[in-house]
Design a protein around this ligand. Structure first.
Ligand code: FES
Length: 150
């Protein structure tokens, strides 16, 4: 399985999101957000925060971005839509109230391994950090070498 290293887990804010862009199979580019997911701690268990990836689109109006380039609003484990305030569970993507009620965010497969987040979804390919407008092909700086597929 090919996977692409995206970022250290610490770079995913606890009350925000890490934005990147992928290419879908049909060649279109889509924004994706990484958010922290902290499942309920089992009695006596150890809390193990992990990370989920969701396409950056509200399910009420899919052209509405959750992260508008400066981090999504995440409160008490829920991603808040900036337009009408629907709240999506960071771990499951489910919205139970508001205009987007009974919908799920569109998931992208990622995994956490040894403190880093990897893109593992066979349906998409990593394109670049940031949103659709942040592609900077002229940037040959070190960030372009930090996303190795193997
Ligand atoms: S666009 Fe997100 S709740 Fe309406």
């Amino acid at each position: 399985m090919t996977r692409t290293r995206l970022t250290p887990v610490e770079a995913v804010p606890e009350n925000g999101s890490f934005l990147f862009t992928v290419s879908e199979r049909d060649g279109t580019e889509e924004e994706v957000i990484l958010v922290r997911c902290t499942p309920d701690t089992p009695p006596g268990g150890v809390e193990e925060p992990t990370v989920r990836a969701w396409r950056n689109a509200c399910q009420h109006e899919t052209d509405q971005r959750l992260d508008r380039g400066f981090g999504a609003a995440v409160r008490d484990g829920e991603v808040v839509c900036p337009k009408h305030g629907s709240m999506f569970d960071s771990c499951t993507g489910y919205c139970d109230t508001g205009k987007a009620a009974e919908s799920y965010l569109s998931a992208v497969d990622v995994e956490v391994d040894d403190g880093a987040v990897y893109l593992t979804d066979p349906e998409v390919e990593y394109s670049h950090d940031g949103g659709l407008d942040d592609d900077d092909d002229d940037d040959d700086g070190p960030s372009s070498t930090s996303h190795l597929s193997f």
